[in-house]
Design a protein around this ligand. Sequence first.
Ligand code: BT5
Length: 264
Amino acid sequence: MKLDIKGVKEHMNNNIIKNLKYFDSVTSTNELALEMKSENIQEGDVIIGGEQTKGRGRLKRNWHSPQYLGLWFSIIVRPSKDLDRIPLLTLIGALSVHKAIKNMGIKTDLKWPNDILYNNKKVCGVLSQFRSDGKEIDRVVVGIGLNVNQKEFPKELKDTSISLRMIMEKIIKKEKLLAEILDNFSDFYQLFQNSEYDEIINSWKIEMSMLNKQITINTANGNKMKGKVVDISNKGELIIEKLNKERQKFIAGDVSIDKNSIRF
Ligand code: BT5
């Protein structure tokens, strides 16, 4: 069913989110949010799509976003922070969703940096992008894709994806859920603006099962590295310890937990 924006607003209670802008069909809510003229946006605008015809993942991957079956939206913020803190906003996006669905009784796992998994299947992905005018950040767009009411997925996603409906075995109302996610985002964003980074990272680490596990990380430039996850820095970097005990930080990458990984 189509999202009822009035219903979302009725459930929402925070100081950050100001305007919910709904489009029945968009190419990509992130794309739209990035393209809008500076004077037409403000912090706390949210662009929501009923469907996305060209939904995007990281590294130009596709994000399957069928009509009315999920929550496909982008939150626009204009933080007063240095660029190197921006990755934390991706973590905040995922944490906000994670907390809302935990409240529904669903226990999911946060996979650094941008995934929410249930039984190893992806229920949500986050893509943060920014626009800057020279040195200054003009806006950061935190794009969130949450599978809500799909009954099935296309062949290529079937084994790796899941929706809340498939988990709960019932149709989920999207309005209250979105309101809660936006309220959570607002709370975490306030911590971010107050530079309370450790609070954010601690909330993340509690819910992340890859801590202390052996993983392989594939970086955007094609490098592969193995190690044990030992921490997340307060800039949102994954810190791994290699066999020779040397530690290395990563700001992006695709992580897989190695089979037979031992929990230390
Ligand atoms: C992501 O990328 O997970 C980021 C997804 C962000 C989507 C939101 S929706 C609103 C906003 N507007 C956009 O255009 N994007 C954002 P990544 O980690 O690179 O994962 C992408 C991979 O996930 C794909 O290559 C597929 O394998 C898989 N995938 C695609 N659609 C999926 C879906 N609906 N559910 C689960 N997995 C999916």
